[in-house]
Design a binder for this molecule. Structure first.
Ligand SMILES: *[C@@H]1O[C@H](CO)[C@@H](O)[C@H](O)[C@H]1NC(C)=O
Ligand SMILES: *[C@@H]1O[C@H](CO)[C@@H](O)[C@H](O)[C@H]1NC(C)=O
Length: 309
């Protein structure tokens, strides 16, 4: 074989190899997101110009564990995994993987290998899972906070993934997180329980605290405000006690006083009424006895004899 024919053979071999790889490709989204408790799709589609393409092998793996395999015309799969296309066959270019119930364990790096009559390809996919945190709850201990005995506010948010941070703010949006680190506990299912304790009372002027759940990129996902109930200050308490005492003294005085006043009034009314009652009853009598004869006498003698007759 001379040099020229070697070159020609090489060119032919390269072009065949090139044509083979060009005749099919595997399109996968390199980074895919799934939601905890939902279905997730790891999308991979064969692209080809050949219309007689037949799939011979599909192998979806995660860390060398085969999850879904099509080989020699048969599909074998692990629980919870399947082809996204319900009636997938070797002429179907959509080899996407479906995870039926996404959990934290599904997170990781997947590979999809496809072998066909016109070529083969393997692609890697990074799969991330998210779970929404609950609205934070805030509990105050003690229920009413005094400036002298510091209290704590405990903020909690659960059931989220990945790990987030709890951050505190006052009513003017000033951040107070520096002395309130977030504690994160991971449950068996992989979800996080966050809690953060903030010592309050020193700044008794703050009446509203806000606890927010922040993701890794600093986005606020949830927040809950908390209105602080301050116990009255000691001077205020004493003033209130004095006030209470005086009302305790004043109250009976007022009651007794009004009772006395009422009695006096009743007595006065009774007296007046009894005078009034006596007056109308006595006046005519007196008028009858004394008034009539005198008037009659004064007016003339004629009337008196008429009246009598
Ligand atoms: C592949 O199939 C799945 C399930 O039917 C579908 O949601 C997805 O859009 C398909 N992808 C393409 C590129 O057709
Ligand atoms: C973080 O939260 C913000 C605001 O809710 C959101 O827009 C963003 O997509 C989140 N980022 C990540 C990485 O989840």
């Amino acid at each position: 074989m001379n040099m020229a024919s070697m070159w020609i053979l090489l060119v032919i071999l390269i072009s065949i190899g090139h044509a083979k790889t060009e005749s099919m490709s595997l399109d996968c989204r390199a980074e895919q997101l799934g939601q905890y408790g939902q279905q997730s799709l790891l999308e991979c589609v064969i692209k080809t110009t050949q219309n007689d393409l037949r799939v011979r092998v599909v192998s979806w793996k995660k860390a060398n564990l085969a999850l879904l395999v099509f080989y020699k015309g048969k599909i074998t799969k692990e629980d919870g995994f399947s082809f996204a296309q319900p009636s997938w066959n070797d002429r179907n270019m959509n080899v996407s993987l479906l995870i039926t119930n996404t959990t934290v364990k599904h997170e990781g790096r997947y590979t999809c290998l496809v072998m066909t009559n016109v070529g083969e390809k393997v692609e890697a996919i990074s799969f991330k899972v998210t779970a929404k945190y609950s609205n934070p709850t805030i509990v105050s201990s003690p229920k009413a906070i005094t400036p002298k005995t510091d209290g704590t506010l405990t903020c909690e948010s659960n059931g989220g993934y990945p790990k987030h941070q709890l951050r505190w703010f006052d009513e003017d949006n000033k951040e107070l997180t520096s002395d309130a680190p977030t504690e994160a506990k991971q449950t068996d299912g992989g979800l996080f329980q966050l809690s953060s304790r903030l010592v309050v009372g020193k700044e008794s002027s703050v009446s509203k605290y806000i606890c927010g759940v922040f993701n890794a990129s600093g986005g606020r996902e949830e927040e809950t405000p908390f209105l602080v109930k301050y116990a009255p200050k000691t001077e205020e308490l004493e003033q209130r006690k004095e006030l209470d005492m005086s009302t305790k003294i004043v109250a009976p005085v007022v009651v007794i006083g009004s009772l006395i006043a009422g009695l006096l009034f009743a007595l006065l009314v009774y007296r007046k009424r009894s005078q009034k009652i006596r007056r109308p009853s006595t006046a005519p009598l007196m008028g009858g006895h004394l008034g009539v004869p005198t008037v009659d006498v004064e007016e003339g003698d004629d009337k008196y004899p008429d009246n009598v007759a």
